[in-house]
Structures are given as structure tokens and as C-alpha cells.
Design a binder for this molecule. Structure first.
Ligand SMILES: [Zn+2]
Length: 446
């Protein structure tokens, strides 16, 4: 058992042993797939959802139960953009600590990006991740590399990576520079019906930038990354997906122009989905303040106008998913001058609360829209069973308290790293329990 000073507790589970029956009573059950949003009970048995019902069957009345009064009971959330750093940088995060952070953040599944050392660019490396995930408190869907070694030159063996369990491909961290390689990737991925997840950045335009290019970068004297560096590749990858009839997922959308491009592509029928991250919803370039390296990520925090358009994109369905881009770094990579600091922030343990505070509480997203963007749609994009409380599917459930105010203190994180952009922020709502295959893997107890 791992317990933090605030009572957050991870329970080690032997997943080879089947979960005991469990009744979750009187919660507000929100399951958009089955059109449920009401106070009722959820019954779990043999590690799967047995029923969502107002009347608890006689055989379950004496079974273990949880009182979820005043809480929301939702399908387990999925974060489809996470860096677990293993293999290679276990000093930042491991598969074990990253999945503990996921469980504490209410995520019963994560998709992990392949820019590890070595990169996840062949069958054996995908298998390595999947084997290490077996006893972890969150499911892991590995994303394989588009190109060998993420070098942008030669396609990685997609077929064998998918057979080993990869659910998407990406060279996240950078774009595939050569358009012909990207075209081939779309063609090659098509028969497997997997998405290509695109990190959109033209290095010739963003070269040596450290934050958004604009008034704040000028004031601080820091070289900027223009919005066009992202948008030019968003446009290219949308065109390539359209041309090849392929599937594209645009990662971490940060600019108003990207939202407009994706919206137009969707209108034309391009097979595109897109994600943004909590920091682009809650923060802007102004938050960089005086060279705060914990506000340095790639793509960078943009302007208030970009943030406004991203929020509109979330509302009108242009942006399908909210993912954290959880990117752990050790203090030596962050507690340095701004230009020398690594890009990236962690997010698994604050995502839900940021979204609840900045979107749901403000009436921008309805509770069921939030569940769609953090559970239903990411599961659908990766083609896995999850994101609903349909009887028979694995009992992966998140229980959240949407009211309690709290202050972000990284010492309570299960992640190995502390590089959050939300330290000291006051947020509302907490994950109180995470259930994986019917087992309670995380609970927050006073
Ligand atoms: Zn990226």
C-alpha cells in the first residue's frame, strides 16, 4: 500500500485473482454511451460491469458496497497522451510510477508515447511495455513509432507492432519532416484502421524557440515559437490524411489557427480527431511570468485569444479529446535558466480537477461532454473496450467528487516527477476512487 500525506492511497492488486463483487450505491452515474445521467447503483461482478440498476438484486444485497452519494460515477477515464519514460529514463518516471499517477488521477487507461530510449519502434519493445503493465493500477496502450528511431527516414514495422498490442503510431516529440514518408505512413496504417497521432511542428519555423512568439516573448527577450510552426504541419497532415483517406489524430492543439483548420477538415469529411491539454485550457503565455520553467512546454502556452478559440473548439466538437501530455522531468532539467530547461509538464494527477474547475463548473462543458472527451472518445479512437458502463465490459470506473476545493501540492503526487504547471493553484473537485477490472486500485481517504 502506498499512501500520501493527503490520504491518497494506491492498493497493490494481484490481477490474476478475480475481483470480489462490488456495489457502488447512490452515485450520480454518467454514462453517455448508454444515455444515463441519474442517481442509481452500479453492480460489478467477476471484474466486469454486471448492471446499472435502481433495484439491487437480492444476491448482491449482502456484498461489499461503496456509498457514492454526492459523487459522480463515470466510466474509467483514459489519457491518450502520456510519456512513461521507461525504458531509458527511469529517473523521471517508470511504468509503475506513471500508472500509479494515472490511477490517482482517475485514469484506468493511458496510451504511452514511443519517444523512450530506445524508442518503441518494433514488436519486442511494444511487448516490453505490455508485459510490464500487467500488474499496474492502470491499463497501458502503447503507441508505436511511425519511423525507426523516430528519425523520420524509414517506416517502423507497423504490422508487427500492432500485433504486439500497439493501438496507434506517432513520432510524438517531433513531426515526420518528409511529406513522402508521412504519405507512406498513412497508406500503410490504413488497412489496420489505426490513427496516426501527429505532433505538429515545423522545426524550421520553431527553431530554438522557447515560448510562444509574441508580445510576452519580446518583453522577456526569449526567442519565440510562432503559431504557424504548428499550423503549417496541421494543414499538411490534414491534407495527407484527406489525400490518402487515412486516419489522423492531431495531438496537443495549442493555436486558434489549428482549431480552424481541423474544423474545416471535419466539414469536408476528413477522418480527423484532435486533442488539447488542460494547460492550454487554463493558462496562457502570460503565465510564463518571469521565466517560470514549469510553464515551458511544447507546443507552448499561447495567447488568451488562442485559449478562447480552443475552448470554442471543445464546445463545438472540433476538439474531441482532453489529454495531459504528461511529460515528467527531473529537477536538474527544470531548475535551470529558462532557455536551458526541458519542455514539458506532468498532468495525470491534475487533469480532472483542471477540467472540472475551468470547463464543467463554468458551464462550458456539460458533465457528459467531459466524460466523452476524457473517456468515451479516446477509447473509441484507440479501438478498445472502455468508456461505458455497458454490462459485460471490464469494470473500469472512476468516482469523482466535483465540489471539494484543494490546492495543488506536488509532494502528494505518485508521479516520480514534480514538474507540474499547476503548483499552488486552487482547484475544485477530486478523484476519490479508481476501479480497474473490478478492483479498487486507488482511494482517497481522510
Ligand atoms: Zn508532442
Amino acid at each position: 500500500m502506498l499512501r500520501k500525506p493527503n490520504g491518497a492511497t494506491i492498493f497493490p492488486i494481484d490481477f490474476k485473482i478475480k475481483a470480489e463483487p462490488l456495489v457502488i450505491k447512490n452515485g450520480r452515474v454518467i454514462d453517455p454511451v448508454n444515455n444515463i445521467d441519474k442517481i442509481t447503483n452500479v453492480i460489478l461482478s467477476d471484474g466486469v460491469i454486471k448492471a446499472v440498476t435502481d433495484d439491487i438484486p437480492a444476491e448482491f444485497i449482502s456484498k461489499k458496497s461503496i456509498d457514492a452519494s454526492g459523487k459522480w460515477v463515470i466510466p474509467g477515464m483514459m489519457d491518450m497522451h502520456v510519456h512513461l519514460r521507461e525504458p531509458g529514463r527511469e529517473d523521471k518516471e517508470t511504468i509503475a510510477t506513471g500508472t500509479q499517477a494515472a490511477a490517482a488521477g482517475g485514469f484506468t487507461a493511458v496510451a504511452c508515447m514511443p519517444n523512450t530510449t530506445p524508442a518503441l519502434d518494433e514488436e519486442s519493445k511494444i511487448r516490453y511495455v505490455i508485459q510490464h503493465a500487467e500488474q499496474c493500477p492502470s491499463k497501458i496502450y502503447p503507441v508505436g513509432a511511425i519511423t525507426k528511431g523516430l528519425e523520420g527516414e524509414e517506416l517502423a514495422p507497423m504490422g508487427e507492432m500492432i500485433r504486439a498490442g500497439a493501438r496507434a503510431v506517432s513520432d510524438d516529440g517531433k513531426s515526420v519532416a518528409k511529406s513522402n514518408i508521412m504519405r507512406n505512413a498513412f497508406n500503410y496504417a490504413k488497412p489496420f484502421n489505426i490513427p496516426i497521432i501527429c505532433h505538429c511542428e515545423d522545426p524550421a519555423l520553431s527553431q530554438k524557440g522557447h515560448m510562444n512568439e509574441g508580445v510576452v516573448s519580446t518583453r522577456l527577450g526569449v526567442r519565440g515559437i510562432p503559431t504557424i510552426a504548428e499550423e503549417i504541419i496541421v494543414a499538411r497532415d490534414l491534407l495527407l490524411a484527406e489525400y490518402t483517406h487515412g486516419r489522423v489524430h492531431i495531438a496537443h492543439v495549442s493555436t486558434a489557427g489549428s482549431v480552424r483548420l481541423i474544423r474545416d477538415a471535419k466539414k469536408r469529411g476528413v477522418n480527423v480527431t484532435a486533442e488539447t491539454c488542460p494547460h492550454y485550457i487554463a493558462q496562457t503565455e502570460e503565465d510564463v511570468g518571469l521565466y517560470d520553467t514549469h510553464k515551458k512546454m511544447n507546443p507552448p502556452l499561447r495567447t488568451a485569444k488562442d485559449r478562447e478559440v480552443i475552448i470554442e473548439g471543445l464546445q463545438d466538437g472540433t476538439i474531441d479529446v482532453i489529454a495531459s501530455d504528461h511529460a515528467p522531468h527531473v529537477p536538474e532539467e527544470k531548475d535551470v535558466e529558462f532557455e536551458a530547461a526541458n519542455f514539458g509538464v506532468i498532468g495525470l494527477e491534475t487533469s480532472f480537477s483542471v477540467v472540472n474547475t475551468h470547463l464543467v463548473k463554468k458551464g462550458i462543458l456539460s458533465p457528459s461532454e467531459m466524460v466523452k472527451k476524457m473517456s468515451v472518445i479516446p477509447n473509441r479512437i484507440l479501438g478498445v473496450h472502455g468508456g461505458s458502463l455497458t454490462p459485460g465490459i471490464p469494470a473500469d470506473i472512476t468516482i469523482v467528487d466535483t465540489e471539494t476545493p484543494w490546492k495543488v501540492d506536488p509532494k502528494n503526487f505518485f508521479s516520480k516527477s514534480r514538474n507540474t504547471s499547476f503548483e499552488g493553484y486552487k482547484l475544485q473537485g477530486l478523484v476519490v476512487m479508481t476501479i480497474l477490472d473490478g478492483h479498487i486500485v486507488f482511494e482517497r481517504k481522510e
